[in-house]
Design a protein around this ligand. Structure first.
Ligand code: PMP
Length: 357
């Protein structure tokens, strides 16, 4: 179709980010928190939403939320941007930094959106393979940045889909050794017990992304935030759409920040369940799980096609993520940590799938 010739060739060549909607009794494919927010908290947010006029825009700057995020994270409110999910803020950040001729360094494999958005914006992606056991190779990231004079290095830590993390002192070293922006996606940081937010005062080239979609149990409401120096935040803010965060999601985020214990207990439980799940997977013949700092586990299958095992699990109502189309992960599946009951159902279904001739 001739209308398509107006689309940038680099965009035509990209594959979209998609996920087929599949109903499942045990849904452990999107790294969500299986423990929903308490009914009383939901009721409070609903009551507040009912009395507020829906015909009026939300505040231009969600001041109250930014201040609550500042108290929660330990970073200054004028160095925080709130977004409609952290994906929106990754996009805003790349919009103000990437154009034709800009390079962005990313580890490989990692969350696919970074490369997709860099491609849409006309930039070049420089991929740096993760090392043995999918460990980060900070030296290789550093030399790739130098070699390509990249403007941005994106480190997802813990990394999706491997669950591996880069230590904060390595990230501090990266920040010191280059003037590129070092972007740390901390979507899963709660499950790792580490964060680079304390490094922000000393490193004006550090950007941290966080989300309410995982540990904070609010994936359906789309809230994320970006933390960086106020000067940098003011620039990224230029690419943020006006009124990007609806008042309902703001109110829900404020309610969780008002009493974070409602999610902290679930996080502790999920971390214990993750470690138990790892032990079970590691004990299965032909299954090789990757040690994870997040709320999911990547595992390789020996002598089995992941697509077949995925289908056998799904036939039993267990939905995991088939990541085998990703380069280097041709023998892998990824499973999110569910409730103890869901994890047991998954393990039973996996044992049966692997016992088939
Ligand atoms: N970063 C990473 C590493 C993720 O895995 C995801 C979700 N899959 C996101 C960001 C998206 O977060 P949000 O829902 O806040 O847009």
């Amino acid at each position: 179709m001739s209308a398509l010739r107006h689309v940038k060739p680099a965009v035509r060549a990209l594959r979209p980010y998609t996920l087929a909607a599949r109903p499942a009794a045990v849904k452990i494919n999107q790294n969500e928190n299986p423990y929903d927010l308490p009914a009383e908290l939901k009721q409070r947010v609903l009551d507040a939403a009912r009395t507020r006029p829906w015909s009026r825009y939300p505040d231009f700057d969600p001041r109250e939320l930014l201040e609550a995020l500042a108290r929660f994270s330990g970073w200054r409110a004028d160095g925080i941007l709130a977004g409609n999910g952290s994906n929106e803020l990754i996009e805003a950040l790349l919009m103000v930094t990437v154009g034709a001729g800009t390079s962005v360094v990313i580890p490989d494999p990692t969350f696919s959106l970074y490369a997709l958005l860099t491609g849409v914006l006309g930039g070049d992606v420089v991929r740096v393979p993760l090392g043995p056991g999918f460990a980060f190779d900070a030296d290789a990231l550093r030399s790739a940045q130098r070699g390509s004079a990249a403007s941005v290095v994106i480190v997802c830590s813990p990394n999706n889909p491997t669950g591996t993390a880069l230590a904060p002192d390595e990230i501090a070293r990266l920040c010191r050794d280059t003037d590129a922006l070092i972007v740390v996606d901390e979507a899963y940081h709660e499950f790792s017990g580490q964060s680079v937010v304390p490094l922000l005062p000393a490193h004006p080239n550090l950007v941290v992304l966080r989300t309410f979609s995982k540990a904070m149990a609010m994936a359906g409401l789309r809230v994320g935030y970006l933390l960086a120096s106020p000067e940098l935040v003011a620039e990224v803010n230029k690419a943020r759409l006006p009124y990007n965060l609806n008042f309902f999601s703001q109110a829900a985020a404020l309610a969780v920040l008002d009493d974070p214990r409602v999610v902290q207990d679930a996080v502790a439980r999920l971390v214990r369940a993750r470690d138990a799940l790892f032990t079970e997977l590691a004990a299965m013949p032909g299954v090789h799980p990757c040690r994870s700092r997040a709320n999911f586990i990547l595992f390789a299958l020996e002598g089995r096609l992941p697509a077949e095992v995925f289908a056998a699990l799904y036939a039993e109502g267990v939905l995991v993520r088939d990541v085998s189309a990703t380069p280097r992960l041709h023998d892998c599946l990824r499973v999110s940590v569910g409730t103890e009951e869901e994890n047991a159902l998954f393990l039973d279904a996996l044992r049966r799938a692997l016992a088939r001739p």
